[in-house]
Ligand binder design. Structure first.
Ligand code: BG6
Ligand code: MG
Length: 219
């Protein structure tokens, strides 16, 4: 009989190509505040909660702000971000994701979402992949943001698998660190120089074949 592992997917930048929309929405606010905000700076924000992301941007620009202003910018950022998602459909799913989800389902492997985003559910609905997930843990369910492992620990609990039987797919440094802290297998999706702390790194899911997935299941 096949072994049963827990496969935990981050959302933004792993399943869907939304990382670019987070970047655009944050860049708009940063530039309005006179803060230079580059793609390199953006790496610091990946996997990080909305509230913490704003604080990082303000720290980058050495800008002090009242709670009232921060609340206003957080709302503005999310409205701007959501405007990019209005027409979202399955075309936004990143290359190679569907074959991996289908392979895991065919092999009866539990699948969870482990995302910092509070917009995760509508995105899974709009892209039509909600039914693939046996458990969803998102920014509404956790207190501590990645690199704190809370989101992945919660997901593994819901899947009823141990940490050592959990496999995490992540595009962010904070997320890879969270998986490592939880002693789960971390698989980076993206660039080697950014994600070198991950135990395996793939440029994207098209580079991950079924033999590799089989090896994870039978590990
Ligand atoms: C993470 C993204 O998945 O979710 C971050 O990598 C984002 O960039 C965070 O800030 C929170 O997302 P949201 O949708 O709740 O603002
Ligand atoms: Mg991500």
């Amino acid at each position: 009989m096949k072994k049963r592992k827990g496969f935990i997917f981050d959302l933004d930048g792993v399943i869907v190509d939304t990382a670019k929309y987070h970047f655009l929405a944050w860049k708009k606010i940063a530039n309005e505040l006179g803060i230079d905000f580059t793609l390199e700076h953006n790496e610091l924000l990946k996997g990080v909660s909305r509230v913490r992301s704003l604080d990082i941007i303000l720290e980058l620009g050495n800008v002090a702000a009242s709670q009232g202003d921060k609340d206003k910018w957080l709302i503005q950022k999310n409205e701007d971000y959501l405007s990019y998602l209005v027409d979202m459909d399955e075309s936004e799913i990143l290359p190679g994701v569907m074959p991996v989800l289908n392979f895991l389902k065919e092999n009866n492997q539990p699948i969870a979402l482990g995302s910092a985003s509070k917009n995760a559910r509508p995105i899974l609905e709009k892209t039509g992949i909600l039914p693939f997930f046996d458990a969803i843990v998102d920014g509404n369910d956790v207190v501590n943001a990645k690199p704190d492992p809370e989101v992945f620990l919660h997901a593994a609990r819901l899947l009823n698998v141990t940490n050592e039987d959990s496999i995490v797919f992540e595009d962010s440094v904070a997320g890879v660190q969270a998986a490592n802290i939880a002693e789960m297998l971390s698989i980076g999706i993206g660039e080697e120089e950014t994600l070198h702390e991950a135990q395996h790194i793939f440029k994207d899911f098209t580079h991950m074949d079924s033999a590799f997935l089989e090896s994870l299941i039978n590990k």
